[in-house]
Design a protein around this ligand. Sequence first.
Ligand SMILES: [Zn+2]
Length: 319
Amino acid sequence: MTTAGSTAGEQVRLKQISKQTLLRLNDIGLMPDQYEQLNKFRQLHQGLFIISGPARSGITTTLYALLKNHDAFINSINSLEKRTAADLPNVTQNVFSPSDTGTMTFAKQLQTVVRMGPDIVGVGDCEDAETAQVACAAAKDGKMVYVTLNADSVVQALGKWMKLVGSRSLVTETLLGVSNQRLLRKLCNECKQAYAPNKELFKKYNIAAEKVKALYRVGKVIYDKRGKPTPCENCQETGFVGRTGIFEMIILNDDLRQAIKQSKLLSEISSEFRRAKMLYLQEQGLRKVINGTTAINEMLRVLAPPKKQPEKTPQEKTE
Ligand SMILES: [Zn+2]
């Protein structure tokens, strides 16, 4: 729990960490095809995977799920984090502790962790050049490395990573893939309501109308025989229970590595990813709207671009 005083009183933030952060790889919301791809990393002994997303999008949960997916009895699994979100059984979690003199940096401490000779390394907040280079060197040197990075899309994360590492050949030599994610609230299964969406909506989002009979939305208040509203106990009338991730993801093959090496612009790499059938976050979100996990409004809320500045007048319409 975090609290902070403000002119309006006090702001309180509650964070449930017991279940959320210890989910298994098949519980974080990956689509079956994505799960299959990431589960293959269990067999790999070297390479680097980037887990990206904006703040509070669940990237630490994904990092933990990927670390835990390796067999801890035959691998030495280590992490370096600025702060831990949960205790991971059988994983050696190192917390960054800057020295008083300022000589210990995150990168230097990562170097120390790597020297201990782990098989798998997780790096939380790999946000500076030196750390990124140490992570790449470890991946080249026969370690499986997972890093988290703050970014809004797969391509943005890759662009940031190339800048940090500073060498395209080192990036392409070690990089296995990139993911980017958001968290969506899941509709309450007890009270969600099916509805027939209009055709315009199907057209707008390029959904095959003949395949989708109904979408789901938050349930309306239910009245009993006496006309008294009966609240849904499962979701306390919020309409949602729990959250799930949606993932934009690319796993690199030799052609894509070549494209990353040679492309002058990020947009060229982006179109190569598209050609390799990478679905964007919105398309992944729609898959969960179509299968009834979430509501379309929830998807649009989560994927709305962050507001750049407050509205000038209350009358002004928001886009
Ligand atoms: Zn409910």
